[in-house]
Design a protein around this ligand. Structure first.
Ligand code: ACO
Length: 128
């Protein structure tokens, strides 16, 4: 099993170069890597492979990559009600410790879910 992380950096550079009249901060805000947190917009495992540990391994690889390659410190996600248990087990809390200025307006407000936060440990080896 192989996990591949696809970064948004290239995307940001393409937009900045090809849309020179678009304010750079706006592009950064939309492509969103400057606030040092990542938003998990969608997260799913195919139905017949669920609850076999893949979701945990996926999250661990994501944490390791986000910290070591992108320098992120936190994740935020609007979790579906029925996925709160899964996110809890991945270290997410309903309590948001990040200062509001750091994230408010940078992620899309979404009524159908519960905002959850995960602090990425600065040292923990998440993968072997
Ligand atoms: N509710 C409560 N606990 C759960 C859930 C759940 N929906 N799914 C998994 N868990 C638990 C498992 O029992 C396991 O517990 P354990 O460590 O005590 O054994 C732990 O979480 C890890 O389970 P994995 O097997 O690693 O999780 P899985 O591979 O099934 O992936 C996921 C979890 C992504 C939620 C998957 O079940 C899925 O795709 N579900 C349907 C789509 C979904 O709800 N996605 C999240 C929507 S929210 C969003 O995308 C931001």
């Amino acid at each position: 099993l192989k996990f591949v992380c696809v970064s948004n950096d290239g995307l940001k550079n393409i937009f900045a170069r090809q849309l020179p009249n678009m304010p750079k901060e706006y592009i950064v805000r939309l492509v969103m890597d400057s606030q040092k947190f990542g938003e998990i917009a969608f997260c799913a495992i195919t139905a017949d492979e669920q609850v076999k540990g893949y979701g945990t391994r996926l999250m661990n690889h994501l944490k390791q990559h986000a910290r070591d390659v992108d320098g992120l410190t936190h994740f935020l996600t609007y979790a579906d009600n029925n996925a709160v248990g899964y996110f809890n087990k991945q270290g997410f809390t309903k309590e948001i410790f990040l200062e509001q200025e750091r994230w408010h307006g940078y992620i899309k407000d979404y009524d159908g879910g519960i905002l959850m936060e995960c602090k990425i440990d600065p040292r923990l080896p998440y993968t072997d």
